[in-house]
Design a protein around this ligand. Structure first.
Ligand code: DNO
Length: 345
């Protein structure tokens, strides 16, 4: 595996040299953040990011995310132009050696939490999700923590109206149409597309969500067998779905898992959770069993420690402070080393 760390570009308060100081860190996972969704990422901007990474002795082989325009998800006639743009962005990323693109196909909202700073008994704080609180919110006038509010209430209203008649089936067909449209660019560049699961993995505000567990994996691979079509295996997102057996999913899809987000959650209710420190003992997911499955089934892609808590007085970007993610990286290094050595002994 290659250990990586998410870096939010030049505006990130965490310097690349700090990231490089984390043991075994091979590179960063980043993105061009100042190009509107759907527009082609200019080669110059991509090269600038790459140069910064190179100066810090870090690779830039993974992009998270190239966002998908809502018209593509909605299956509007304009989607062909947006898909052509996306394919050109893939080609531009291929020119600087990018190997993997993480993206998602969640309508309107990306990940959702109801609390960005839930206090823990040890004085740290974490992201948390309480289903009842979310259900009581009015999606058309949403002010959620972490939600970037890039839509005005009016825009959001119209967008949600447009989704009213989109079923799970249609959304899935639109995903397939999108993937078929970009696979030629992936074939040319060798870039692998790694879809992120829906987070949390259930419908929100009546919007369909379609990448939620092993059945979605089976369906997606069957519909687009091209080897560049695969997954970002996010343990926190998939793990929030109580029925998902994560080691089993790895066993069945290890050849399609290109990128892994390793994160721990603690269940607090049937659908509720708090994000916890990465170690198995500190939450509900068996991180050891997950890493063991990755090693046992020959995973050789990218890994990053996902969301950390705020610890040691840090007030980091929600989920993306330095300290707890660095502790997570150290823990994951230890797990991988131990499991790999025992396996080869
Ligand atoms: C949250 C992230 C997601 C992820 C996107 C991928 O912390 O895991 O925002 O980057 O869903 O497209």
């Amino acid at each position: 595996m290659k250990l990586t760390f998410r870096w939010y570009g030049e505006k990130d308060s965490i310097p690349l040299e700090f990231i490089k100081q984390i043991p075994n860190m091979s590179g960063v996972v980043t993105a061009v953040y100042d190009t509107p969704v759907g527009q082609i990422w200019e080669l110059e901007k991509i090269k600038r990011l790459k140069e910064l990474c190179e100066q810090a002795n870090l690779e830039m082989e993974v992009i998270e995310s190239v966002p998908v325009h809502e018209d593509i998800k909605l299956g509007k006639p304009s989607r062909d132009q947006w898909i052509a743009n996306y394919a050109q962005t893939i080609r531009n990323l291929g020119k600087v050696g990018v190997r993997c693109i993480c993206y998602n196909f969640m309508p309107v909202f990306d990940w959702l939490r109801t609390d960005l700073k839930r206090s823990n008994p040890d004085g740290s704080n974490s992201l948390a999700y309480t289903h009842d609180i979310l259900m009581k919110l009015n999606p058309k006038n949403l002010h959620l923590p972490g939600w970037d509010e890039s839509y005005t209430s009016e825009e959001l209203y119209h967008l949600l109206e447009e989704y009213k008649d989109i079923t799970h089936e249609q959304l899935f067909d639109n995903l397939i149409y999108f993937l078929n449209g970009i696979m030629p660019a992936c074939d040319e560049t060798g870039i692998r597309m790694a879809i992120h699961p829906d987070d949390p993995p259930w419908d929100m505000f009546g919007l369909p969500r379609i990448i939620t567990g092993i059945d979605s994996y089976a369906r997606l691979v069957k519909a687009v067998p091209n080897p560049h079509n695969g997954f970002t295996f996010c343990t926190g997102s998939l793990g929030a779905g109580r029925k998902n057996n994560l080691p089993q999913m790895i066993k069945e899809y290890s050849d399609r898992i290109f990128f892994v987000h390793l994160r721990q959650i603690q269940y607090t209710n049937e659908m509720d959770f708090i994000e916890a420190g990465h170690m198995t003992k500190t939450g509900s997911l068996d991180i050891f069993a997950i890493v063991k499955a990755l090693v046992d089934y020959g995973f050789d892609g990218y890994v990053r420690p996902d969301h950390g808590r705020n610890i040691w007085g840090e007030d980091g970007k929600p989920g993306y402070g330095l300290y707890d993610r660095a502790l997570g990286a150290a823990y994951l290094n230890g797990l991988f080393e131990a499991i790999e050595k025992l396996r080869n002994a």
